[in-house]
Design a binder for this molecule. Sequence first.
Ligand code: PXL
Length: 276
Amino acid sequence: MAYKKILTIQDISCVGQCSLTVALPILSACGLETCILPSAVLSTHTAGFSGFTFRDLTDDMPAIQAHWQKEGIKFSAIYTGYLGSLKQIGYVKNILETMGTEDCIRVVDPAMADNGQLYSIFDMEYVEGMKDLCGVADILVPNITEACFLTGTEYKEVYDEAYIAALVEKLLALGAKTVVLTGVSYEAGKTGVLVYENNKCHYYVHNKIAKGCHGTGDIYASAFVGALMNDKTVFDAACIAADYTVKCIENSQGDPTHWYGAKFETALGDLIQMLK
Ligand code: PXL
């Protein structure tokens, strides 16, 4: 595999095992030079902690990008996650459009919602902005809740294949070429990932661990990008990311003091093995 430089744009939650504190170690473990653009700095993530600090870095972005342009820096992949503001989405869209190498792969994780609800700092105006960002993605990696918000679809806990097919069709209409939809579950105790690429759908089913963890969307998307940039196909990368995420959740069971994230570090060795 050629040595690749990639950029990931998401927040730094100083404590909480999500966003950049997950993406950076996972992508580095996958053998990738990982450059970062922090969207915001928070004392913790926003899902379960109260009184967190939040410094929005939107206004730093244009100068950072301008410096990179002056230095002639380009990225083989650009992967975006949790962003800091609606205004920032415009800057990030421009970075996706202009900062990649000719064969750059643009991956957008519209990290804004889970379990039927938007994360606390976001509103419907932000959802509209995120729709626009999805239009420049080569690969979109939403969970079902995010897919519903992006497409104006009613969120359901129980659904059939026709519901998922309609959801994917509406996501493609936003402009993304490939969709990797996570958390698609048709039977109790199982869940999976649906990959739509080149007019074909593939589904990978795996065990669903009853007690999930915060931050697994970020773990999944990071491992997916890491595997993809190791020259795996989109479907193989989606399967590897699923197996790794399940292992992270398994390794995090039975520790009530660790309610805020998954112990993803303990399974990095497994991820590296899966890439071989
Ligand atoms: O894992 C998604 C995420 C990322 N960043 C912040 C969050 C969350 C989920 O709540 O609060 C700051």
